[in-house]
Ligand binder design. Structure first.
Ligand code: GLU
Length: 546
């Protein structure tokens, strides 16, 4: 067969040579050890938790080595594309402060960074494959391919286009020419030189060395629409973009041999690979399963935005899944940039990380506790603007009040850790607003009704808005003494029979009567913020309901 003639028959319009593209995209001038990594999503508009995880690993690997991290949009499968799909993805990544050095909207000398705009490049290399007798056109219809598959299933043989099943592999030039003249469409297939009896040693940076069977299939490298599927596109792109390290989901692991064969056939050096296992969670029966797009709302990064988890907290949580020693580092370096952490891809788990919302919630509470009231307020405002109109109105109309509420037990040695996400703030502090207070509260059972009554009637006389915390509490002690309660807890413990209770009990009754809760942030601050009039009116409501 005259492959040159065949190549010109199949690609009459391709006038560029591989050398042209090689010159256009010369080697990157990077320091030794610098890694070029990429995030290569399809523009589906959906960012899976696992995808953000993978993009962060790629970003860290590039940043750690003073390399390059770029964004490539893999849109050769038009069925999966949605409008604004790319925008949603770049917005999500930028919300998480995952920064690209190159990409369609970021600049760079190795573009276009969108695969559908690289058709000419792929065709040049596809033509080269034909010229070298490494690829051939296949005219098989879907029915024919189904038939092959059915036969293989029946004979319990490997599924695929290979050996005696690869009908179009041996078509003569004349047959091919005839088909083309008849207007038949074709796909281009790789003429695989191996059988799956052959073995290949692959190296994965996370999983180590593995001996796997060679791919034996004459896989499609150009579809009938002229665009390549993932396999060929990523090989050509990662070569011309000088990617040194492909870090991707492990769904690609089974086709690694196929990808390596394509690098070899094109005469390219393959990059290093690392395959990341899917994020898992425990199902109802305590078994591990993949975090599923269909079943788990938290598989979609939008979930965290809708709940109002701070991006920094979610990112910190992802970091703990990436490298388990991150948490300890974060405890010592609460405000440092993640880039200062000594990330190590080799320390990643090969078996996959477990998603745990409780852990995320704890990390987030800790994260929020280190913010200022203004920072929390701004986060809440941003969140409410999009997701909770009435909360937004409350935050804007009562800004100072909210700032004061959010300041309770903050910026102290052990700040309060009660807020994990913005959607819960309104409920956490609902008692600070009169419209939520109906006076229907229940006191712990050990308190006598007449004591409660006495305290609620007398306390307003003991409360003075100008008091500092110490004076405020000494007045609660005074009230305790007046109603036959111990002024000090210690005193009470020494002689419990002699008292109706102690000063702590009096605080509890005041707390419950004001908030309906036995646990709240600092009661002094709450009283001060509510002020004497509201304290009085709340107590009156409670007394009526007693
Ligand atoms: N477009 C592929 C995907 O979304 C990219 C895989 C890769 O990183 O090479 O799975």
């Amino acid at each position: 067969m005259d492959y040159e003639k065949l190549a010109n028959l199949l690609f009459p319009k391709v006038d560029k040579t591989p050398e042209f593209w090689e010159q256009k995209y010369p080697s990157r001038n990077l320091p030794k050890g610098a890694e070029v990594t990429r995030y290569a999503p399809s523009p589906t508009g959906f960012v899976h938790f696992g995808a953000l995880f993978t993009s962060l690993v790629n970003c860290l690997q590039a940043k750690k080595t003073d390399g390059v991290f770029f964004l490539r949009i893999e849109d050769t499968d038009k069925k999966r594309e949605i409008e604004n799909g790319t925008k949603i993805i770049t917005k999500t990544l930028s919300d998480f402060d995952i920064k690209f050095d190159e990409g369609e909207t970021f600049g760079g000398n190795y573009g276009p960074y969108t695969q559908s705009e690289r058709e000419e490049i792929y065709k040049t290399f596809a033509k080269k494959m034909v010229q070298e007798g490494k690829a051939y056109p296949c005219f098989c219809s879907t029915e024919e391919l189904d038939e092959i598959r059915a036969k293989q299933e029946q004979n319990k043989e490997d599924i695929g286009y290979y050996g005696k099943y690869a009908k179009c592999r041996n078509l003569s030039f004349e047959e091919i020419e005839k088909n083309i003249k008849q207007g038949k469409t074709f796909v281009l297939r790789f003429k695989c030189p191996y059988t799956n009896q052959d073995k290949v040693t692959t190296y994965d940076v996370i999983r180590g060395e593995r001996l796997i069977p060679q791919n034996q299939n004459d896989v499609v490298i150009l579809k009938s629409n002229g665009l390549p599927p993932y396999n060929f596109a990523h090989v050509v792109d990662d070569h011309l973009m000088h990617t040194t390290f492909v870090i991707r989901a492990d769904e690609w692991l089974p086709s690694l041999s196929e990808h390596l064969q394509l690098f070899e056939a094109l005469g390219f050096t393959a990059p290093k690979y690392a395959h990341i296992s899917p994020i898992q969670k425990f199902d109802e029966n305590g078994n591990r399963r993949k975090l599923s797009k269909r079943k788990d709302p938290e598989s979609d990064m939008r979930y965290f935005a809708e709940q109002g988890f701070p991006n920094g907290a979610v990112k910190d949580y992802i970091m703990t899944l990436i490298n388990s020693d991150f948490e300890e580092w974060r405890a010592k370096n609460p405000t440092s940039s993640i880039l200062d952490f000594d990330f190590d891809i080799k320390k990643m788990s090969a078996s996959g990380s477990l998603f745990d919302i409780v852990k995320l919630t704890d990390i987030s509470k800790n994260f929020v506790s280190h913010l200022t009231n203004k920072q929390v307020y701004d986060l809440a405002l941003d969140w409410a603007k999009e997701f909770d109109k009435s909360f937004f109105a409350s935050l804007t109309e009562q800004k100072e009040y909210w700032l004061a509420i959010l300041n309770i037990d903050r910026e102290i040695a052990k700040p309060r850790k009660d807020i994990s996400h913005m959607a819960e703030i309104k409920e956490i502090y609902s008692y600070m607003f009169e419209e939520n207070f109906d006076g229907n509260v229940s006191f712990p059972e050990n308190f006598k009704k007449q004591d409660v009554e006495k305290i609620l009637k007398l306390y307003p006389n003991f409360f003075n808005e100008a008091d500092d915390q110490q004076t405020w509490f000494s007045r609660i002690k005074d009230l305790s003494g007046e109603i036959g309660f111990a002024r000090e807890v210690k005193e009470f413990k020494q002689n419990p029979e002699a008292f109706g209770g102690h000063c702590g009990d009096v605080s509890t009754i005041i707390r419950v009567a004001l908030t309906g809760r036995t646990q709240t942030p600092n009661l002094y601050d709450i009283c001060k913020l509510l002020g004497k009039d509201k304290i009085k009116s709340r107590f009156e409501k409670v007394l009526k309901n007693l």
